[in-house]
Write a protein that binds this ligand. Structure first.
Ligand code: GLC
Length: 722
């Protein structure tokens, strides 16, 4: 039961001066200062665009120190920090806030704990391939334990931006292209981060992001415009945010992008009418980094002052790092352009989350001893290994080449196989590469007979002495995540050349992909006998990959994003419309002249070391929905876990509907030969959609129900919904 702090909030806020109120809305991070006159960001830009050399940049960085803006803090001009990741610094700053400011209001510490803090787990796109809500919650729980021990109060996660374009680098940070999976993933993460009581010392507030539809940026280009119908926004992009708000998320971050011309940062329809009015959200709304100031670039605000006015009126509580509020709000209030009551609402939201976190009673929730004792516990590492194993997707396994025999002589190639720092993926800002187990280290630890070449040198010699050749290829972690969109998502030429050379030896080639997005790999699919999608799996990557390669673990992961055959097909996703001329063999159908109609690997796809069969699909209807019942049988020689997926199609409706929509899923364990009856639920509200006038209406008519191990390989039955 959530406690009510409204009385304490009001009493405290009424003691505050205008300056102190504005100070609570200011979130800043430590700045790097040194023997350079410009800001660190500007210095970085000067290096990127060649105005200073890399050497000059590094020399200047050598003089850099972190400035924590203590004087501003003492003056009551800071309410929150982003990016403080150690207990010592957090407590030092907290002490200034509590003991040296007039009202002693404690600080709120935010941090990007996206997929683990010190115990780095698989990137979200990888972990989503486990289709296991319990696992998603478990990894969030250990992330909260470590992060709170380091002084973190709020994480800028989960990200539930539905992403249908593989070119977008931030597809790595969420649960892929499906609206239901992102909803279930987000809810699991909120529960894991926040626990059952936010005031507990190992609970941290989740900050849902990025609100809204950031993954729909045109052409997969980061920060780009989002323009879509209200029907599409409500059916395909908003549900995950609503699900997380219903699950009790306590903070939310509006997205950088605009929606139909109004940037989310100043979008009062989004932040007040929907978020507060329709959905009843009473938590904290914190901007994305510098986003308020960037409304000038968007072309919606004349200057920072205008941007500040629009943002506070639109319902943006806290300004992350743009210094717009701290510079402009006082004058806006004093000359009446912004009512102080509007400011008070924002201040109340900030104070509320601080009360809910128990910061007024216990501003020092951790200490350096607890921090040291909590990091990298063996039980956390075991969970990281489990998550990594379950995130792996077996894409190809010709003639059951895998699992490898323990005495097979292995020739392994590719720099990524030994690069510990690359195992963590994007947004692992608390990670220490030394904690990671690389593939080569895992081979050594197992006593496997192997030879290794970083760049393919001695290839022929190694191949002649090996039974199996393993190419570890893909993307470096910098090639996905923020500001990492790619116009070409094929393998890098040196990786393709390596695989061609390996294939030319006629020894079987196994490809291990380490990447942060779907890649277009038709040539690899032709050349490799087996392909393992191993993403960026975190600190236990090497052990997880070998456990799958050698069969200690039977892979069970299934893709949560479509793998296109070529980047020209992007955006490519399974829940597409049929059109009047569905793509096919004849000319006048919806397709490209120079690309296949189908993806290389479909949504929900993933192989196993065993096989499964689906039979006896039937239904039971009751007042709140349809119960779908199916029998799943393990028809192979090995035990395994199968992710059972249930899709529907509404063949004719008041607006055209996608050819498939995921409506329910579950994961079951089956021994060889074992069969289980599985029940999946489709609730009535999950069969509603919007008509042209934006009325939410129930589907009526013939419903097709598909059940299987991926979106293409299913059995189907029909039922009539009146
Ligand atoms: C970044 C990201 C956001 C992150 C924030 C704080 O620009 O867009 O996801 O949480 O800044 O680091």
């Amino acid at each position: 039961m959530k406690k009510n702090y409204e009385k304490q909030i009001k009493e405290l806020r009424e003691k505050m001066t205008l300056e102190e109120k504005i100070g609570q809305l200011q979130q800043c991070g430590p700045s790097l200062v040194g023997a350079f006159e410009v800001s660190f960001e500007e210095l970085l830009n000067m290096m990127f665009d060649g105005r200073i050399s890399q050497e000059e940049f590094e020399r200047l960085m050598g003089t850099a120190e972190q400035d924590f803006h203590e004087e501003d803090l003492r003056a009551g001009r800071i309410g929150s920090y982003n990016g403080i990741g150690d207990a010592g610094t957090a407590n030092r700053l907290q002490k200034i806030a509590v003991e040296e400011t007039r009202l002693g209001i404690p600080l709120l510490f935010g941090y990007d704990v996206i997929h683990g803090f010190r115990t780095v787990t698989p990137i979200p796109l990888a972990e989503s391939c486990a289709w296991e809500p319990g696992l998603w919650e478990k990894t969030a729980r250990i992330a909260a334990k470590e992060a709170t021990a380091a002084g973190v109060h709020m994480t800028f996660a989960p990200m539930v931006d539905v992403a249908k374009d593989a070119r977008w680098g931030r597809v790595s940070e969420g649960a892929g292209e499906d609206v239901l999976l992102n909803s279930v993933y987000g809810v699991s993460k909120v529960k894991g981060f926040q626990g059952d009581d936010l005031s507990k010392e190992d609970a941290m507030a989740a900050c849902l992001k990025h609100f809204a539809a950031y993954g729909a940026g045109e052409a997969g280009r980061d920060y780009n415009r989002v323009d879509m119908s209200m029907q599409r926004l409500w059916e395909e992009y908003l549900p995950p945010y609503k699900a997380c708000i219903d699950a009790g998320v306590r903070a939310i971050m509006p997205a950088f992008n605009d929606i139909n011309g109004i940037p989310c940062t100043v979008n009062s329809w989004l932040l007040r009418d929907i978020l507060r009015g329709k959905w009843g959200f009473d938590g904290l709304v914190v901007s994305d980094s510098n986003a308020i100031a960037e409304c000038v670039n968007h072309g919606i605000a004349e200057d920072k002052r205008d941007a500040s006015r629009q943002a506070i009126l639109a319902g943006m509580d806290m300004d992350m790092s743009s210094n717009s509020y701290i510079e402009c709000l006082k004058e806006l209030v004093e000359n009446g352009e912004v009512e102080e009551s509007v400011l008070d609402e924002a201040v109340d939201d900030v104070l509320r989350i601080k009360f809910e976190l128990g910061l007024f009673d216990r501003p020092y929730r951790t200490n350096e001893e607890r921090e040291q004792q909590t990091m990298l516990k063996e039980e956390y590492r075991a969970i990281a290994l489990e998550a990594a194993e379950k995130s792996i997707v077996l894409l190809k396994n010709e003639e059951n080449l895998l699992p490898l025999k323990s005495d097979a002589k292995v020739g392994i190639f590719g720099a990524l196989a030994a690069d510990k720092g690359q195992m963590t993926g994007a947004w692992a800002i608390g990670a220490n590469p030394d904690d990671c187990v690389s593939i080569v280290e895992a081979l050594k630890a197992r006593g496997i007979s192997y030879q290794y070449s970083t760049d393919g040198s001695n290839l022929l010699e190694i191949a002649s002495e090996s039974d199996i050749l393993v190419a570890v290829i893909g993307e470096r972690k910098e090639e996905s995540g923020e500001a990492a969109s790619r116009a070409d998502i094929t393998l890098h030429s040196e990786d393709l050349a390596l695989v061609r050379n390996l294939q030319a030896t006629s020894k079987p080639v196994v490809a291990v992909l380490l990447n942060g997005r779907p890649l277009a790999i038709p040539e690899l699919d032709q050349m490799a006998s087996a392909i393992i999608e191993a993403w960026h799996l975190g600190i236990e990557a090497g052990n997880a990959i070998l456990n799958v390669l050698y069969g200690d673990v039977n892979p069970s992961g299934k893709l949560t994003t479509t793998f296109p055959a070529t980047v020209g097909q992007c955006p490519m996703y399974y829940a597409h419309m049929n059109t009047g001329r569905p793509g096919g063999k004849s000319k006048f159908t919806s397709k490209y002249l120079d690309a296949p109609v189908d993806p290389l690997y479909p949504f929900g796809y993933g192989l196993s070391y065993t096989t499964y069969a689906y039979e006896d699909l039937k239904f039971e209807k009751d007042e709140d929905g349809v119960h779908v019942i199916v029998t799943v049988r393990n028809t192979g020689e090995r035990a395994g876990e199968e992710i059972v997926q249930c899709y529907t199609q509404m063949p004719y409706a008041k607006r055209v509907r996608p050819v498939r929509e995921l409506k329910s899923f579950t994961k079951i364990a089956l021994e060889p030969g074992e069969a289980k009856q599985v029940e999946l639920k489709i609730t009535n509200d999950n069969l509603e959609y919007y008509d042209w006038e934006m009325n939410r209406i129930p589907y009526e008519g013939k419903l097709k129900v598909y059940v299987g191990g991926n979106v293409q390989d299913t059995i189907v039955e029909e039922l009539a919904l009146s």
